[in-house]
Design a protein around this ligand. Sequence first.
Ligand code: FES
Ligand code: FE
Length: 341
Amino acid sequence: MIEQQLWHPVTASHQVRHEPVACSLLGQPLVLWREHTHDGARVHAWADRCPHRGARLSLGRVLIGVHGARLECPYHGWQFGAGDGRCQHIPAAPDFVPPPAHRTTVFEAREQHGLIWVRLQAPSHALSAEFADPPAFAQSEDTTWRTVLCGPYELNTSAPRLVENFLDLSHFGFVHEGWLGERSHAQVQTGAVDEGTGLAGLVVREARAWQPRAYAGVEEGAWIAYRYDVPHPFAAILRKDATHGDPVSNAIALFIRPDGHELCTAWFAMATQGDPVTDQELIEFQDAVFAQDRPVVESQLPRALPVGRTAPITEVHGPADRVSSAYRRYLNRLGIALGTC
Ligand code: FES
Ligand code: FE
C-alpha cells in the first residue's frame, strides 16, 4: 500500500517533550518519545506495544543514564535503547543478556515544519526519489520568514476532500464571503496547471481570485495571484504572491494525517514576511477561516473523494474545477486508495 510508504505528520513537535506520547498513524498505534542529546533532541517513533507481554510503551517513561536514553515499559520495566529499540535490560533477570529478537518495532521519524513526521514502511524503488523526505516548504528554512503552526483540526472527512477544498478558489465568495472572497467577484482564473509526470505532484501558477481581506491585517480588496504546489497526496502549499509592491508575502502549507476513509487531522503551517500581525492573530484568523470551511466540507458526500476508482459515484465538473480534476488524476496515478472512491 503506497500510503504506508509516505511520510505523514503525526503530531506537533511541541507535544512531545519529556514523557512518551501515544498517537496513531494508519491504524498503527505509535509511541513518540524524545532522546535529549548534546546536539539536540531526537524524536523516536516506535510501535506502541511492548514485545514482552504487549503492554503500551506510551504508559512507560524515558530513562536517561550512562548508556544513553532508554524507554522503560510500564509493566515489568524492560528497557529499550533509543538507537535500535533493542531490549537492554530486564530488571527481573539483571544478568540475562537479551537476544536481538527482544526488540520493539522502530519506524522512521523526522521533525519538519513544527511537526513530527513518520513513515511506516521503507519505500519501493519507484517511490524513493519522489517521496524521500517530508514535503518541502522552503519558507520555513528562511529566517526572514516567520512561521506559525495552526491546528490540529480534526475533521469528519477524508484527507483528499480537504486538499481539494484547499485547492478550490471558487468557494471563496460563498464560504468565506467578506473574508477571502465576495459573491460579486466570484469569477476565478484557474491558472496554468502543470500535472507533472510519474509520481511528481501538481503545480498551479497564476491562479487569480478577488479577495476583500486576503490575510490578517489587510482591510482593502485586491486581485490576488496564487501558486499552488501539491507535492504529496495529502499536502498542498499555497503561495500568495505579493503583487505591485505589496509588502506582505504569505505562504500556507496544509499538512494532513489521514485517519481513515472519512476522518483526518490537519495542520496549517503559515509563513509570512512583512506581516505586522502577531502569531496569535494569525492563528485566530486561520481558525476563523477553517471554522467557515468545516461545516461545508464535512457535509460533502461521499466523504471519500470520487476519483473514479470505484464506479458508479460521479460528480459533475465546471470550467473552474480544472485544478481539482488534475488533483484527482494525480491520486489515481499514485494509486491512492485511502480516502478515495
Ligand atoms: Fe513490557 Fe513486560 S510487558 S516489560
Ligand atoms: Fe476555504
